[in-house]
Ligand binder design. Structure first.
Ligand code: OXD
Ligand code: MN
Length: 597
């Protein structure tokens, strides 16, 4: 099916290992997609939704044990443990390969092995990269067709000697004679392995069929393996949205933003500004690959082709563009089903009907059932081109020039609404210390502490985070300072004494984007503080905004006591990097201490 010698050899070797009943090379056509869906419908794996309400949409239900990325079963199996660093799980690659070879041996018996050639980024773009995923899950094929560009055009571009990242995936449930195929085959947790071999640019994933564990183009390739490629090749592979913002005079800028999972990245990427005349368009909602253009500026592409968004909390109020996007041609996983063949989830913006079928296929009655009808990590997989706010530039082969980088997490205290870094180095320092406060929903004995998540990459780093900081600092030396994007630390999540959010967020975040836009233009004023440049009271457009003035003042000024505690906490956090902590960051921390005195 391909003239690529290395690819043919790898497919043969993996088929010999996994022993599928048949091999299917995906051409990426619509007819292939439709027949896969029909096959899954006939087996009861996919439920077609009411075509009058959601044309081209299907519902899937996963096994209750396989509902999210499994960070504790995710491994960076570099040759040296030191290269994986203190924040990744590591197993010696030889030993991990031997364990996994046993697992993969015969793992596809009774199943079809699908071969998915895929491109991360527009096929043929100098910023794109190619992968080939082998999987025994037709659900994965259907999702990969939405999330990436797959099939014949990719193979044609690969040619006989093109480079690709091999991505092997099995749900880990061979179908021996007489066995019945469950609705969502997967392996028990201790047999799940989401493994990365960075030196070989190789991914092996076993035992899970869900999201980032199985759609290997996303977190495994586009972040973990690509971060290693980016380090070696002088670019950045980041967990960032990309948006285009246009002012009332028609001038546009592109901004990326790194936020940990569940901080509203998709909502920000699809924001509808409340400020008259301003427009935000979407380039990407999760991943940005940024490389230097000939003019010395950083250009970004969204390597993906779809959105794999969290459904609960998505509503016409929080994200009208996403709601429009999922009206058709969308795959839903683990949301609730209404009696008239539509979907429902908590936070969809309207009441549940009296009766639903919940994400586990059980009857659910409003007012009686205690558990959520949709799983909190239930998802929609939907094509990017359907999004009403999609920018025509989202497929620009040369990428879009980036003027600003936002960073931020959920911080109920201390971190102001917006803070402009003094320099690239200072921005990297802020990126290295960002994170979210731990709440009751996560690790109970650490409530109130900050889980540092540098550049929102903690679960997605392919190498040592200390070396990653050094790489960011090096990127800053590869061009002249005025060509680098400016770095802004934002925080939409400050709370008042009653525990309520002070800043309204969503569309009102356009006020902060406007300030940033005008700072970049040299128009908006700022005041220099010990932590960075903050808006002056009248430089932020607050026209028509109803927020308690003293609470507003608290998120636009420096909390000196809070920042002193922050600096102390960062000092102890930095110890985990030992001799890998770049001295420039240690210096930044010392300088912050000085300025806070
Ligand atoms: C995601 C995540 O699914 O960050 O994008 O977890
Ligand atoms: Mn993400």
């Amino acid at each position: 099916m391909t003239s690529n010698i290395r690819l043919n050899k790898w497919i043969h070797e993996m088929a010999d290992l996994c022993r599928p009943d048949r091999i299917h090379w995906c051409d990426g056509s619509d007819s292939e997609y439709q027949s896969l869906l029909q096959m899954m419908v006939s087996k009861g794996v996919a439920i077609p939704l009411n075509p009058k309400k959601r044309p081209g949409c299907y519902l899937f239900r996963s096994h209750p044990s396989d509902v999210a990325r499994v960070e504790n079963r995710t491994f960076i199996s570099s040759l040296r443990q030191d290269d994986a660093g203190p924040t990744n799980n590591w197993i010696d690659p030889q030993s991990l390969k031997s364990t996994m070879t046993d697992l993969f041996s015969g793992s596809m018996v009774g199943r079809t092995m699908y071969v998915i050639p895929f491109s991360m980024g527009p096929v043929g773009s100098p910023l794109s990269k190619i992968g080939v995923e082998i999987t025994d899950s037709p659900y994965v094929v259907a999702n990969m067709r939405i999330m990436t560009r797959i099939g014949k055009p990719v193979l044609d571009f690969l040619g006989s000697d093109g480079e690709f990242v091999p991505c092997l995936h099995s749900v880990g449930y061979p179908l021996l004679p007489g066995m019945v195929d469950p609705q969502w085959p997967c392996a028990p947790i201790e047999k799940k392995f989401i493994s990365h071999f960075p030196e070989e640019r190789l991914i092996w994933s076993y035992g899970s069929g869900y999201g980032g564990n199985a759609l290997l183009g996303k977190k495994c390739f586009a972040l973990r393996i690509a971060s290693v490629q980016a380090r070696d090749e002088g670019w950045l592979a980041e967990h960032m949205l990309i948006l285009k913002i246009t002012n009332p005079e028609g001038k546009s800028k592109y901004i990326t933003g790194a936020f940990p999972s569940a901080c509203g990245k998709t909502n920000l990427a699809m924001l509808v500004p409340t400020l008259p005349g301003w427009k935000v368009e979407t380039v990407g909602d999760d991943i940005a690959w940024m490389k230097f253009g000939k003019d010395g500026r950083l250009y970004a592409i969204n390597p993906e082709a779809g959105f794999f968004g969290v459904a609960p909390g998505t509503s016409a109020q929080s994200n009208p563009n996403a709601m429009k996007c999922v009206e058709k041609n969308t795959l839903f996983t683990n949301v609730a089903l209404t009696d008239d063949g539509d979907v429902w989830w908590e936070g969809i913006g309207y009441d549940a009907p009296d009766h639903l079928i919940d994400w586990q296929g059980r009857d659910w009655y409003k007012g009686q059932s205690k558990e959520p009808a949709a799983h909190p990590n239930s998802r929609f997989t939907t094509p990017a081109h359907q999004c009403p706010s999609i920018s025509p530039d989202w497929i620009a082969e040369e990428g879009v020039p980036i003027s600003a980088i936002l960073i931020g997490g959920r911080r109920p205290s201390t971190i102001p609404l917006v803070n402009e870094s003094f320099s690239w180095e200072h921005g990297v320092f802020l990126g290295s210390i960002m994170g979210s406060e731990i709440t009751a929903a996560t690790i109970s004995d650490q409530i109130g502490k900050v889980r540092r998540d540098p550049f929102a990459m903690l679960p997605f780093m392919g190498y040592h985070i200390g070396d990653y900081f050094r790489h960011w600092l090096n990127i800053g030396k590869m061009t002249t300072p005025e060509k680098l994007p400016k770095i802004y630390y934002v925080n939409w999540f400050r709370k008042n004494a009653e525990g309520k959010f002070i800043w309204p967020g969503y569309g009102e975040n356009s006020r902060v984007l406007k300030w940033i836009f005008e700072r970049l233009e040299g128009k908006a004023a700022s005041q220099k503080t010990p932590i960075g440049n903050l808006p002056t009271p009248d430089s932020l457009d607050l026209d028509g905004l109803r927020v308690n003035p003293s609470e507003l003042a608290s998120i636009l000024t420096v909390d000196l006591g809070g920042w002193k505690r922050e600096a102390e906490d960062v000092r102890s956090y930095y110890r985990i990097f030992e001799n890998k902590l770049p001295s420039a960051l240690a210096d930044q921390l010392d300088q912050l201490d000085q300025r806070l005195r």
